[in-house]
Design a binder for this molecule. Structure first.
Ligand code: FES
Length: 103
């Protein structure tokens, strides 16, 4: 069994300001997206070939990886090209302006 740990990884105002953010928690790259008014945290690396997901385009809930165009639903992690792949997502907690993720 692995322990889950919570990390403060950024400010809500910074995420709300626009572009997705790449941050780090516990040695893991974490990307933060604002999606339909909610902060979503995912693995910062694409499960295909580790492309930088924070540089991808987001339309609605769909994130497109900048390297080879694979698409992921930010609300479920589902990969639209291969349903055996799920983009890793992490629980988010907001406290004031602080964004925390658990991983
Ligand atoms: S690295 Fe993301 S689609 Fe290839």
């Amino acid at each position: 069994m692995t322990d889950t740990k919570e990390y403060r990884i950024g400010s809500l105002a910074a995420v709300e300001a626009g572009e997705p953010i790449l941050t780090e928690a516990g040695g893991q790259d974490v990307a933060l997206f604002m999606c339909r008014g909610r902060v979503i945290a995912t693995n910062g690396q694409c499960p295909h070939a580790e492309g930088p997901l924070h540089e991808g385009d987001v339309e609605g809930t769909i994130l497109t990886c900048p390297w080879h165009g694979w698409t992921f639903d930010l609300e479920s992690g589902a990969c639209q090209e291969d349903d055996s792949i799920i983009l890793e997502r992490y629980p988010v907690r907001i406290d004031g302006d602080d964004v925390f993720v658990s991983l």
